[in-house]
Design a protein around this ligand. Structure first.
Ligand SMILES: NC(=O)c1ccc[n+]([C@@H]2O[C@H](COP(=O)([O-])OP(=O)(O)OC[C@H]3O[C@@H](n4cnc5c(N)ncnc54)[C@H](OP(=O)(O)O)[C@@H]3O)[C@@H](O)[C@H]2O)c1
Length: 253
């Protein structure tokens, strides 16, 4: 993606990976708008980064997403990058009882949130000279962590959705990228300093170094073997499969 001259909306931009990306893009001179629910935290981050803007957004609220998207398009006609980063990661028990309320909130946040926000903005993005949608999945999209089974499933789902989104936008100026982080030391579960977690600064630096050349996915080197698990030929396979069906569509009644 183009790394400068952008107007970038980042959900979950007031903490962790979102804040790291927001501050890095801000330092490069991009106009950055961070979104989230915690107004005081959004304001604190904006104050520390003069010129950065904020917008309150609960990504589980479909009507609010549409309102915020419309408002941003009016306020920032050059908005051309959306980073779908907001997410939650509760533990669950795929071999036991289901916390239904937690499950619904998880799917609404991690899956429907990015899907709804992309849909609300994609018409505008198509009109930009160049645009990028970045979906933040996880390496757990490829290799699930059983103790966070539904979280892993939402990330596998957003990976799958990203493949389709990229295919459907293939003839437009809208590039679709996926960032699939490893365990990064943030407050997603608990910022612990655990030696197995990648320090945030290191993750942001490696991700930013890879973004300019990225055409599909951005993974830090340490987790490339996990990504290879489902098969490295996936993109060619997905494109070939969809090209064949696009050429000879499935008949509908
Ligand atoms: N850290 C890791 O190990 C890791 C690994 C792989 C993938 N990821 C992904 O990276 C993304 C960022 O996570 P993080 O590690 O940076 O943790 P984090 O600091 O907890 O960030 C999560 C962000 O999501 C926002 N958010 C949560 N629910 C929301 C809602 N309903 N509406 C709007 N915003 C909401 C939060 O802001 P508010 O609470 O203010 O709304 C928060 O800023 C997530 O999608 C996560 O799944 C993280």
């Amino acid at each position: 993606m183009q790394m400068t001259g952008n107007t970038i909306l980042i959900t979950g931009g007031a903490s962790g990976i979102g804040r790291g990306l927001a501050e890095a893009f801000h330092r490069m001179g991009n106009q950055v708008i961070i979104a989230g629910r915690r107004k005081a935290l959004l304001q604190e981050v904006a104050k520390a980064n003069p010129g950065m803007d904020t917008v309150e957004l609960d990504i589980t609220d479909a009507a609010q997403i549409q309102r915020v998207a419309d408002g941003l398009i009016a306020r920032y006609p050059a908005l051309n990058v959306v980073i779908n980063n907001a997410g939650v990661m509760p533990f669950d028990d795929a071999g036991g009882e289901l916390d239904d309320a937690q499950a619904v909130k998880l799917v609404e946040t991690n899956l429907l949130g990015p899907v709804r926000l992309s849909a609300a903005l994609v018409g505008h993005l198509k009109k930009q000279p160049h645009a990028t949608i970045i979906n933040n999945s996880s390496v757990l999209a490829y290799v699930p962590l059983a103790a966070t089974a539904l979280y892993s499933a939402t990330k596998a789902a957003i990976h799958s959705y990203t493949l389709s989104q990229r295919f459907m936008l293939r003839d437009t100026k809208v590039q679709v990228l996926e960032i699939a982080p490893p365990w990064v030391d943030t407050d997603l579960i608990h910022k612990s300093g655990d030696a197995r977690a990648m320090p945030l600064e290191q993750f942001i630096a490696e991700t930013l170094a890879k973004l300019p050349e990225a055409t599909t996915e951005v993974l830090v080197d340490s987790v490339l073997p996990m990504r290879a698990n489902p098969g490295a030929g996936e993109h060619a396979l997905v494109n070939g499969f969809n090209e064949a069906l696009a050429a000879d569509p499935i008949p509908v009644a």
